[in-house]
Design a protein around this ligand. Structure first.
Ligand SMILES: [Zn+2]
Length: 278
């Protein structure tokens, strides 16, 4: 009887090893990896994030004859370019073997961050130049859905765009040249995403073809030239779409209403008003 159990356990181990190797191979190209190491007393779970921004990982497990040291499902933030031990499962009845089957998903950003609300953003265009805010927070044309706290500044193609707040460039695209007034053009937007020191992100979108002046990983200071406006993506004409956002639990983002330094003081910008670079 004992040998049968041992054989079963052995088969199970081989099966798991096969599954583990297959998953390991499949996930090899992924920027986030959750993997396990079997020890004499249990299973150790590790997670690795090779992105230059933090991610939030959700980890779910079905198990038998194992004792987890943390509550499941697990929601854990992984810092940029980091590796950490997530948790440990102790064998609770080795003679009967054990079962373990896990899955995970992850999304960009740290869900626990808080926006530094007193920061006064810099208007993202040249000092002394005046531009109309065509859409403000909750704008009826396209600022209703997922990220309502966005701003659209109408400006001619090629207007220099300056960082509204210091941070690190974590994503960018400048290879697109298409734009149009319907949602199917959305994927063709050129953009820059800057991560701020409080863990929030700013998107600068619709930049012109080859209109990005910075590279991923670069630190930018407030007021630094980062690109040039355009009309790529879902856009009825040339404008800059600007939004500050943070990671949302479950995936996606929450937009944040931010305030700008203007000639009239620090304020929330209103659609239909013009603003002078300051
Ligand atoms: Zn917009």
């Amino acid at each position: 009887m004992k040998s049968i159990i041992q054989n079963e356990t052995c088969m199970k181990t081989i099966l798991f090893l096969l599954i583990f190797l297959t998953t390991a191979l499949i996930q090899d190209n992924s920027s986030v990896n959750v993997y396990r190491i079997e020890t004499e007393t249990g299973i150790e779970i590790y997670a690795e994030n090779s992105n230059i921004y933090p991610v939030t990982v959700e980890y779910m497990v079905d198990y038998k004859n194992l004792k987890p040291n943390r509550e499941l499902p697990l929601v854990q933030v992984l810092q940029s370019n980091s590796e950490q031990k997530l948790m440990v499962f102790e064998y609770s009845n080795l003679s009967e073997g054990w079962d373990y089957s896990s899955r995970y998903r992850y999304y960009m950003g740290d869900i626990s961050v808080r926006h530094y609300d007193s920061f006064a953003y810099r208007l993202p265009f040249p000092i002394g130049e005046e531009y109309l805010l065509t859409q403000g927070f909750n704008g009826a044309f396209s600022h209703q859905g997922e990220l309502p706290h966005a701003l659209d500044f109408a400006m001619p193609e090629g207007t220099p765009i300056y960082a509204a707040r210091h941070g690190k460039v974590v994503m960018m695209e400048e290879g697109n040249s298409k734009g149009g007034p319907t949602a199917e053009f959305m994927e063709y937007a050129n953009f820059i995403t800057v991560m701020h020191d409080d863990g929030t992100f700013a998107d600068y979108s619709h930049l012109k073809h080859r209109g990005v002046n910075v590279r991923v990983g670069q630190n930018v200071r407030t007021g630094q030239l980062i690109g040039y406006s355009g009309a790529t993506g879902f856009a009825t004409g040339p404008h800059l779409h600007f939004v500050v956002k943070k990671a949302k639990r479950g995936g996606g983002f929450i937009s944040i209403p931010v305030r700008f330094a203007t000639r009239q003081g620090i304020k929330e910008l209103q659609a239909g008003e013009t603003y002078i670079g300051y």
